[in-house]
Design a binder for this molecule. Structure first.
Ligand SMILES: Nc1ncnc2c1ncn2[C@@H]1O[C@H](COP(=O)(O)OP(=O)(O)OP(=O)(O)O)[C@@H](O)[C@H]1O
Ligand code: SF4
Ligand SMILES: [Mg+2]
Length: 348
């Protein structure tokens, strides 16, 4: 057949152990007549039941990437490339082909793919009880469920995330919850439909360290109990080391290094990754020793030259090479990829 029928979706496939695969994903944002290239051609793969860390400095495109997966970037954003996702029934969709407000995306969002944000307060309305709002997500995705069924499930989920007296908490309002408790409630709500993919965007940044540790432990436990994959977004490499199996290091809208936690922490190849690791505080370092700070700031991604995005800040920049062309992606060891002209020969 020469022409594909209207509304007929292309058939995609993914290997058995892969849940999500983004290829050459680009997201542009129109602002004040300029176009900001927030995500510049990233490839990302998330296996079933794995936790993948997405790290990088503020403004490098982590949230825009994750919002594109769940289809909630604002209307001034446009995207190209593909994001393949395997649904519960085994069918594989390109999420970029779905209508943002269409029935199919709504059936996936909050059900098969859930997201936890940095600030739990923004996820709940102050006007309704926690129980009411938590029940809503079950009732939307399971029309056959009664309010009583939803309440039972929510109370079970509250217990699972360690909220004491869930029957009483169910009828309370968000302002009656502490920050840590609210984040637990958000996790419980997001996991109540047992999603296959949880996107956690800086889920513990707003919490104090003790609560942070509890929430991270909770997420690990729930992941093994529910068997889901997690895309864990953070700028904290310490959290990555304790939570993730593989890591993607993002800089200026690109993945500059990708590999297992071991590869990235013990054998970092990209100068940016090396710098990020050097800026981590060490328990055995001299107290007088100053922490390493990467010089400069992430540039605004508008009208970027054909060059390595990191070249203005890189101590190993090779003049005439790094500032003149895009470095290729090289597999430096099995499963360990780096985009840097120090490795392999530059393209074109
Ligand atoms: N709605 C928007 N309108 C205009 N620019 C935006 C919008 N959202 C993001 N940006 C810009 O896109 C780029 C990537 O932003 P993004 O929020 O993805 O960064 P991030 O890596 O999540 O940073 P952080 O660690 O601070 O959360 C930045 O330059 C940011 O200013
Ligand atoms: S390509 Fe050049 S400038 Fe970019 S990170 Fe590698 S060495 Fe540094
Ligand atoms: Mg962000």
């Amino acid at each position: 057949m020469l022409f594909q029928k209207k509304n007929e979706q292309k058939r995609y496939s993914l290997p058995d152990n892969v849940l999500l695969k983004a290829e050459d994903l680009r997201v542009n944002i129109k602002i004040d007549g300029a176009v900001l290239n927030a995500v510049r051609g990233i490839d990302l793969e998330l296996k079933s039941c794995e936790t993948l860390g997405l790290v990088g400095e503020s403004g490098c495109g982590k949230s825009v990437t994750s919002k594109e997966v769940i289809g909630i970037n604002p209307s001034n954003c446009s995207s190209t490339g593909s994001i393949l996702f395997k649904r519960k029934d085994g069918t594989v969709l390109n999420l970029l082909e779905l209508e943002r407000d269409g029935a199919e995306y709504r059936a996936i969002r909050g059900n098969e793919i859930a997201m936890i944000f940095q600030e739990p307060m923004t996820a709940f309305s102050p006007l309704y009880t926690i129980g009411n709002q938590m029940s809503e997500i079950i009732l939307i995705h399971h029309p056959e469920a009664t309010k009583k069924d939803a309440k039972e499930k929510i109370i079970e989920m509250m217990k699972l995330v360690g909220i004491a007296n869930p029957e009483i908490r169910f009828d309370q309002y968000p302002h009656e919850f502490s920050g840590g408790m609210l984040q637990r409630a958000l996790i419980a709500m997001m996991l109540s439909n047992e999603p296959d993919l949880l996107i956690a965007d800086e889920p513990t940044t707003a919490l104090d360290v003790t609560i942070q540790a509890q929430i991270l432990d909770l997420m690990k436990r729930l992941q093994s109990e529910l068997g889901m994959s997690i895309l864990f977004i953070t700028h904290d490499l310490g959290i990555v080391a304790s939570m993730c199996q593989r890591v993607a290091v993002m800089y200026l809208g690109e993945i500059v290094e990708f590999g297992s936690v071991r590869q990235i922490f013990h054998n970092p190849k990209h100068p940016y990754t090396g710098n990020l690791l050097r800026s981590l505080p060490r328990i055995d370092s001299d107290r007088e020793e100053k922490l390493y700070a990467i010089k400069g700031v992430v540039p605004v991604p508008v009208d970027l030259p054909e060059a390595c995005g990191f070249h203005e800040r890189c101590e190993q920049c090779m003049e005439g090479i790094c500032d003149k062309r895009f470095p290729p992606v090289i597999e430096v060891e099995p499963g360990h990829f780096v985009r840097c002209a120090l490795y392999g020969k530059s393209e074109g």
